[in-house]
Ligand binder design. Structure first.
Ligand code: ZN
Ligand code: ZN
Length: 194
């Protein structure tokens, strides 16, 4: 009797493992690669579109969530019968409207390191924020506050004046009103145009 039970469990486990393998194989197979397109950007840069096809929005979004896009000018586009969905180095969005679907999550590098134009923690490209507008009103003290959520939607981040490392608004944590450098611990500034 004991042996019988054991073999039933073994069979069940095996069936579940096979079902899992089948399902995971199947969900990958539902997104297929179509082509890569290159386009010149108005500023003379290069835009690269990696185009895929999926049977539905949910498969497209699962695929995009699992795809890391760290470089500026690189786009993953998934065509579905109900519209196209895309991901750039900031967010997943509906291609037709550019409407934000989600910002996604960023995996951390195994070891934080200084990378030009990229976050030291996740390795994603960081866009420079615009310069502060110059407001010069006598006797008025103008203060700017840091809103990480707004900065994330623009792909912005911080720079360390001491060691030069960058940190994106996803990886940054506010300590009071400060963001500390992940490499040297000094207080960072917003990475922006002069
Ligand atoms: Zn980051
Ligand atoms: Zn630093």
């Amino acid at each position: 009797m004991k042996n019988y039970k054991f073999s039933v469990y073994k069979k069940m486990t095996l069936t579940l493992v096979m079902l899992f393998l089948f399902l995971s194989y199947n969900s990958n197979a539902q997104v297929t690669y179509l082509k890569t397109q290159n386009q010149k950007s108005p500023s003379g840069g290069n835009w690269v579109y990696k185009v895929y096809s999926a049977p539905s929005k949910s498969e497209a979004l699962t695929f995009l969530k699992n795809t890391e896009v760290k470089e500026q000018g690189l786009y993953y586009v998934v065509e579905t019968p109900n519209g196209n969905y895309a991901k750039d180095c900031i967010m997943i969005y509906a291609e037709a409207t550019g409407g934000l679907i989600e910002l996604g999550t960023r995996k951390h590098l195994t070891t934080p390191k200084k990378i030009e134009d990229h976050c030291a923690i996740c390795g994603y490209y960081i866009f420079k924020a615009g310069a502060w507008p110059s407001i010069d009103i006598p006797n008025v003290d103008v203060q700017y506050s840091t809103n990480l959520e707004t900065m994330r939607e623009k792909g912005e981040g911080f720079i360390c004046p001491s060691c030069g490392a960058l940190c994106c608004a996803f990886c940054a944590t506010l300590v009071g009103t400060d963001v500390k450098c992940p490499l040297c611990g000094k207080t960072m500034k917003i990475y922006q145009e002069k």
